[in-house]
Ligand binder design. Structure first.
Ligand code: GTP
Length: 312
């Protein structure tokens, strides 16, 4: 397979088709990645217990009858302080304004906190069909849920309210069906067997980043990034991938390497296993750790993550 993205077999429907972009907006940890994966039906976006992990713009493509839904899995929207954070926020709102349908995903367990409150006003200004999706209903009682729904719908006019559990799949089919009728008629933009147009390089880098965070927990700040430098299909059907982990300080490089390289070896082996599972090919993964001060202020790093470099 090539680097266009993992694929899945399916047949083109007969008759008229629909196709459109669906933007998922929500506070960090609301469950956007989990919902994207549930709709698409495979692991496309990287889910982690850490907040703000969705840095790159990852799209999943879900099929619902004759409709193709292009899901824009936006980074968690939050109060931006640093340059990188501002770039993430502005990219999320731009995607929402350009989408055909917008869905606000709320962690029903957390309820209407200031973070969700902050999303309501800009959301009300977006002139697109809007849906409210209350997620994680497996964790809360029904009366609390109804109260939360009415508080939110008082503030923004939503066309539909859904109550789901992205984790268990409860309510997912209703959401999918609504998205399917809300996107405009038109030809599919992507080949029917494509589930994600996130280039495999970027997906592979996100996987390594996820493994790094899971292993290092709080020892390493969020200010590190992973890039896939090379991707070679070998004659025997396997793939050779080289990635660089950028950190800001020598002390962080030592943490990532670990004693006698034990940490980096473990990260590499976990990442290799998962990439290999997704692309269904044998993978040889080579990881390098480089110190680059202020990588977060370098425009080139942003382009590689699919973000605009913010001014100021
Ligand atoms: N119990 C429960 N947990 C959920 C549900 N949906 C998501 N989660 C969990 O909530 C956490 C955050 O989910 P993500 O999908 O990574 O959230 P996100 O909104 O994409 O987060 P960012 O990438 O940080 O913006 C993970 O630990 C998920 O397993 C749900 O329906 N029920």
């Amino acid at each position: 397979m090539d680097q266009a993205g993992p694929s899945r077999g399916s047949a083109l429907p007969e008759g008229p088709t629909r196709c459109g972009f669906v933007a998922l907006i929500g506070a960090p940890n609301a469950g956007k990645s989990t919902l994207t994966n549930a709709l698409v039906g495979t692991k496309v976006s990287i889910v982690s217990h850490k907040v703000q992990t969705t840095r790159a713009i990852v799209r999943g493509i879900a099929l619902a009858g004759s409709a193709q839904l292009i899901l824009v899995d936006t980074p968690g929207i939050f109060a931006p302080k640093r340059r990188l954070e501002r770039a993430m926020v502005s990219s999320a709102w731009t995607q929402a304004a350009d989408a055909d349908v917008v869905a606000l995903l709320v962690d029903a367990k957390r309820g209407l906190d200031p973070e969700v409150e902050g999303l309501l006003k800009p959301l009300a200004d977006i002139r697109r069909p809007r849906a409210l999706i209350l997620n994680k209903i497996d964790l809360i009682r029904r009366d609390t849920l109804l109260e939360l729904a009415s508080k939110l719908t008082e503030q923004v006019a939503f066309e539909r309210v859904f109550m789901i559990s992205a984790l268990t799949g409860d309510g997912i089919e209703d959401v999918k069906a609504w998205f399917a009728q809300a996107v405009p008629p038109g030809p599919w933009l992507y080949p029917e067997d494509q589930i994600s147009d996130a280039p495999m390089r970027m997906l592979a880098a996100e996987i390594t980043r996820e493994k790094m965070f899971l292993r290092l927990h709080d020892e390493l700040p969020y200010r590190s990034t992973v890039e896939t430098e090379s991707w070679k299909e070998l004659r025997d059907g396997s793939v050779r991938i080289e990635q660089t982990i950028f950190v800001e300080r020598e002390s962080q490089r030592k943490i990532v390497l670990g004693k006698s390289g034990a940490t980096i070896k473990a990260i590499s082996s976990e990442s290799r296993g998962e990439i290999s599972e997704i692309i269904e090919q044998k993978v040889h993964l080579f990881l390098f750790v480089k110190v680059r001060e202020n990588w977060a202020d370098d425009p080139e790093r942003y382009r590689e993550m699919g973000l605009e470099f913010p001014k100021g």
